[in-house]
Design a protein around this ligand. Sequence first.
Ligand code: ZN
Length: 106
Amino acid sequence: MGKGKRNKKKADLQKTMNMFSKIPNNCLNCGETFDKTNKEMVQKWRVIVNNEPASVKLYCPDCWEQAQATLEYVNKQQKVEEKTEQDKPQDDYATWAYNLNKTREK
Ligand SMILES: [Zn+2]
């Protein structure tokens, strides 16, 4: 904690800013030309900046949609795996069974 960490954060930010100036001129997927001076394009196109490893990726709206669909699929797969991993509510089940027996006794 302290000065060193804060400096590193600042360096990371500067690195990110530098990378924004290195935005590609074409869609990474289909190669469509990106016009940085076109406001509509700037709003709709997606820039993905990674620090580690350093890379700037540019997607046109169509390809971004496709990429999102793929990402969503991957995320869903991961969520299912996570849920299976965490889904061991033994204590909850014990409580539930206890309550059930209690209700029956009445
Ligand atoms: Zn594209």
